[in-house]
Design a binder for this molecule. Structure first.
Ligand code: ADP
Length: 470
């Protein structure tokens, strides 16, 4: 069952109980009060009649020592007729409980008479012929006679009013419940709107629409829940996007990997097949063996690079302090002998936090790339400068440059701007991917500035200890 319906039904049950009990209590209270008033009046009337009877009995001529039955009858008849509206209902019993006088329609039984003794007044409420009466009985003490005076007061009106009250209240209760149901239905659907919107959002998201957000329509706990839900959805969307990106990158990587494997393997298989199926002269055999060797070497280098990338990805750098000078001394020694290029090293003395062998690998890769991109005899400059938040290295060349739209792609594994040119220079598009991984564990990244046919400046900043970069 819907939450709004549960809310509606429970409210209606509470309302029905409250209205029912309060109505019953109210009508009954009015009835009890009216009945008590009527009883009071009936008892007062009974007392008045007793007094009137005893006074009338005193006026009986002295010749009677005992009040005769005929006089009792006469006094009773007078009392009966002295009623203000209609005639009273009275009944007189003698000492032996024999009826001396009874008004027409006095139909009460003698039960009350049997209970009355001494000087007490007694009463009861009786139902005769679908009418209600207050039946009273009082003892008369006149001229040595003990008589019983009974009266009947019609109180059917009080009972009819009670029945009417109940019926009216029942109708009011039904109307109130109906109106209450309509109002409560509106309130319930208003109160549960945030829940409905949240449910809709959950369904949309489950259906793959991760950008869908629940609309916030209240500022209470449910509003807070909506805010929290949307925040959760934001985090979820971000994570899913990241996972999708990772998955895509993995697929691209696998595709490129398979492709890069295929090229040397095809050459190796082709030349090996030629060697085994044809009788080649010495020169051609040597050439084929040479191809197989170089392509095999390419494969070996590629697998080693890949291994390096995987190991670097999983490791954490153990950063130690080194002087920049130490690195530049190493580079100068490495690129000192004539490689057909002009190397210029300029650096400021300073300290770096790094795993020095890894940083050397990065710089060697950058310098190799600069050489590959440049004409023989060009200048390749390697710079080291102190910056506010760390030490900055840069390798600058005047080579072919990298188009703007390719610059962010070259750090991806197997990516080469010009594939045939890169392969001819023994490249496989893994060098910068390795550099990026190494810099990542140093909290750094490659900064590429390049213009086609003008040259490139590829650098990175090694942050000071505790300062992260990126
Ligand atoms: P490779 O093994 O091909 O050198 P890298 O990952 O080191 O692989 O570089 C990826 C690609 O980026 C290269 O193939 C090249 O096209 C481009 N590249 C890298 N450095 C430079 C540079 N200094 N000038 C021009 N292109 C460059």
């Amino acid at each position: 069952m819907k939450f709004s319906l549960k809310l509606l039904f429970s409210t209606m049950i509470v309302m029905a109980l409250a209205l029912g009990f309060s109505g019953f209590y109210f009508v009954n209270y009015v009835f009890e009060t009216s009945l008590q008033r009527e009883i009071g009046q009936a008892l007062d009337e009974s007392s008045i009649l007793r007094f009137a009877f005893e006074t009338a009995a005193l006026n009986v001529p002295a010749k009677y020592s005992v009040l005769p039955d005929s006089t009792v009858e006469e006094i009773a008849s007078n009392l009966e007729k002295s009623g203000r509206t209609s005639s009273r209902l009275v009944r007189i019993f003698g000492e032996d409980k024999q009826v001396l006088y009874a008004s027409d329609g006095f139909m009460a039984d003698e039960g009350l008479l049997m209970q009355t003794n001494g000087n007490m007044k007694s009463y009861r409420v009786i139902n005769v012929d679908a009418k209600y009466y207050i039946h009273t009985c009082v003892i008369l003490d006149t001229l040595d006679r003990i008589l019983y005076l009974e009266t009947m007061r019609n109180v059917t009106g009080v009972f009819t009013e009670r029945a009417l009250g109940f019926s009216l209240y029942r109708r009011v209760t039904f109307i109130m419940l109906f109106v209450g149901t309509v109002i409560m239905h509106l309130i319930a659907s208003l109160l549960t709107k945030p829940i409905r919107l949240l449910t809709k959002a959950t369904k949309q998201m489950a259906g793959g629409d991760y950008a869908y957000r629940a609309k916030k329509v209240s500022h209470d706990e449910l509003g807070q829940l909506t805010t929290d839900f949307n925040e959760m959805a934001n985090a979820l969307e971000k994570n899913i996007a990241m996972l999708e990106e990772e998955l895509e990158a993995r697929e691209v990587f696998m595709g490129a990997f398979a492709h890069e494997l295929k090229t040397p393997l095809t050459a190796i298989i082709g030349y090996a097949d030629m060697l085994r199926s044809h009788k080649l002269d010495e020169e051609k055999s040597l050439m084929s063996a040479n191809y197989i060797y170089t392509e095999g070497k390419r494969l070996e280098a590629m697998s080693l690079r890949l291994l390096d990338i995987i190991v670097t990805k999983r490791s954490e750098a153990e950063l130690r302090q080194y002087s920049a000078e130490e690195i530049f001394t190493y580079l100068k020694e490495m690129y000192g002998d004539d490689r057909g290029m002009v190397f210029r090293f300029s650096y400021e003395s300073g300290m770096i936090w790094a795993e020095v062998n890894l940083i050397k690998t990065v710089l060697v890769n950058l310098i190799d790339n600069a050489c590959k991109a440049s004409e023989v005899g060009s200048v390749v400059e390697v710079k080291g400068v102190n910056r506010e938040n760390g030490y900055y290295f840069a390798v600058i060349d005047a080579g072919i440059g990298i188009p703007q739209e390719e610059q962010h792609k070259i750090v991806k594994a197997f990516y080469m701007v010009d594939k045939s040119r890169a392969r001819s220079k023994n490249g496989a598009g893994l060098g910068l991917a390795l550099c990026a991984e190494i810099l990542e564990i140093h909290h750094s990244r490659l900064e590429i500035e390049s213009e086609p046919n003008k040259g490139s400046c590829i650098g990175f900043l090694l942050p000071k200890k505790e300062v992260t970069y990126g």
